[in-house]
Design a protein around this ligand. Sequence first.
Ligand SMILES: [Zn+2]
Length: 132
Amino acid sequence: MGVPVEIKCLKNGQVRIHWFVHSEKGPIVTGSVTHITARGPLVLGGVTGYIACQPARKNLTSPIINGHMQPCPCSDDVQAVTCETCAATPEYETQCELLAQALGATKWKNPPAPVQTRDATKMTDPGAVAKV
Ligand SMILES: [Zn+2]
């Protein structure tokens, strides 16, 4: 039997996705992997940065706490971020402004949560943890 996984969710049932900020200061350095493609080797990862709401976090590993694995879902794309704490950082606001400029929009904000496909109120502890 494997280790149970706990996914942190928002009150609306969405998975909390943190923002991985690219920064040479780190402290996180992701591993890299190379895929051989028809156009040659494709190297993914191997970048340095930090989680916006947890700048002291030193890695993206999934610690096992109280017998449950707790992954840290994250993205370096602000459009994928659902973590309200990450979205409240000044860096996030700046990145959204840069994205809006790139898209030719006057302002870009993380869109509201999509329509739920399941009833989060039926979760054992809505807003806290979904166990999978
Ligand atoms: Zn966050």
